[in-house]
Design a protein around this ligand. Structure first.
Ligand code: ASP
Ligand code: MG
Length: 416
């Protein structure tokens, strides 16, 4: 008998019919003897609808009120699911985040979980109840309702599993696992049976949006065994089959010899590249350029500073395309003259493609295979960055899909 947390995404909770299916699935697990906690998202489209209403009233809504509004989506979900579970003959109880309590800081719309009280939930579980807890929300030290940022129910579920010492956290979603790359770009992308949490972190941060990245960080920090799997299968399919489906996020590097060196090709289509040319090479220059960008809350990704020539250097970095214009403006209005840069140039149409795999640590030649592959396709690399388990290149947006396909093939990711 294990303690299991299930998380269901918006699509899985998308209609009364689907909620009934969720209840059937949870009932199957409960009948097999497991202690069950369920964390659902709002019904699909609901959070957008709620935030849209707020925007109709105010162009810049107070974040505290936004959280008050957005949190109701999940509250509806837990109530409906508890009803559906009761209809399945189970004893079920629903809670909002503050009732548990899921404690967070006060950063409205992007709060972080600080602590979860497990007492109440454990007591219910001891009494044989299925406990249904809202995803996405918590309560701050002053009793205000907070939300965890879009997609935050993943993090709620993993954090809950960590707090309860759950045996496994199953994230049910509308895809059947984590793939070697986006199947919309590469036809023969394959589902991975396992991925290490470090690889998952890279894949998630590099644009494969299966899980909210903070949930992966949580899984890693607290070693929560987490599985991503489909909610679109028959809810009454055999439990043993379901327990082995999807993709398991693991903590050890795989011991099997056959393990591929590379696990996946991740990409971020919408990047922009900015170069500050001819800046004097002196202490503080990077800070003077990137400080104002950070102050404007713009995330900077790849950064390169060139070798200086006659005391001058070039400084290049990338930002999300949506923030490219704003970053350019900040640099032109408040940085260029201040640091004495010759010019500021950029390209808003670049993409980042990354080869990810923990196996890279113990294998040489991964970078050269990647670079040769791109060269053979005639793709020019504009920037390169590496970590222990990934190699990223920045290229012209035009060639992104070609690069992903070529690398996927070069590393034989299409072969099981
Ligand atoms: N309902 C929230 C959202 O749409 C949280 C979630 O679904 O994970 O972002
Ligand atoms: Mg989601």
């Amino acid at each position: 008998m294990a303690l299991i947390v299930h998380k269901y995404g918006g699509t899985s909770m998308g209609s009364v019919e689907r909620i009934k299916n969720v209840a059937k699935r949870v009932a199957k697990w409960h009948k097999a003897g497991h202690r069950m906690v369920v964390v659902p998202s709002a019904m699909s489209g609901e959070t957008n609808r709620l935030l849209g209403l707020a925007k109709e009233i105010s162009a810049h809504p107070d974040p505290r009120e936004l959280d008050m509004i957005a949190a109701t989506g999940e509250q509806v979900s837990v109530g409906l699911l508890a009803l559906a579970l009761k209809a399945e003959g189970l004893d079920a109880v629903s809670y909002a985040g503050w009732q548990v309590a899921v404690k967070t800081d006060s950063a409205f719309t992007k709060a972080r979980i600080s602590e979860i009280d497990s007492e109440r939930v454990l007591k219910d579980l001891d009494e044989g109840k299925v406990v249904v807890i809202t995803g996405f929300q918590g309560v701050d030290p002053n009793g205000h309702i907070t939300t965890l940022g879009r997609g935050g129910s993943d993090t709620s579920a993993v954090a809950m599993a960590a707090a309860l010492g759950a045996d496994e956290c199953l994230i049910y979603t509308d895809v059947d696992g984590v793939y070697t790359t986006d199947p919309r770009v590469v036809d023969d992308a394959r589902r991975l049976d396992k991925i290490t949490f470090e690889e998952m972190l890279e894949m998630a941060s590099l644009g494969s949006k299966v899980l909210q990245i903070r949930s992966v960080e949580f899984a890693g920090k607290y070693q929560v065994k987490t599985r991503v799997l489909s909610s679109l299968t028959d809810p009454l399919c055999p439990l043993e089959q379901e327990m082995r489906s999807g993709t398991l996020i693991t903590f050890e590097e795989d011991d099997t010899m056959e393990k591929a060196v590379i696990s996946g090709i991740a990409f971020q289509r919408d990047e922009g590249k900015i170069t500050v040319r001819g800046v004097p090479d002196r202490p503080g220059i990077a800070y003077q350029i990137l400080g104002p960008i950070a102050d404007a809350n713009i995330d900077v990704d790849m950064i390169i500073q060139n070798q200086s020539v006659e005391g001058k250097t070039d400084f290049t970095f990338t930002v999300g395309r949506g923030e490219y214009q704003r970053a350019m403006e900040i640099l032109k209005t408040s940085v260029q003259a201040h640091v004495g840069a010759a010019e500021i140039v950029g390209d808003p149409k670049v993409s980042k493609v990354s080869v990810v795999g923990v196996g890279m640590r113990s294998h040489v030649g991964i970078a050269s295979t990647a670079f040769r592959t791109l060269a053979e396709e005639g793709i020019n690399i504009q920037m390169i960055s590496t970590s222990e388990i990934k190699i990223s290149v920045l290229i012209d947006e035009k060639y992104m899909e070609l690069a992903v396909r070529a690398l996927h093939k070069a590393f034989e990711l299409d072969q099981a």
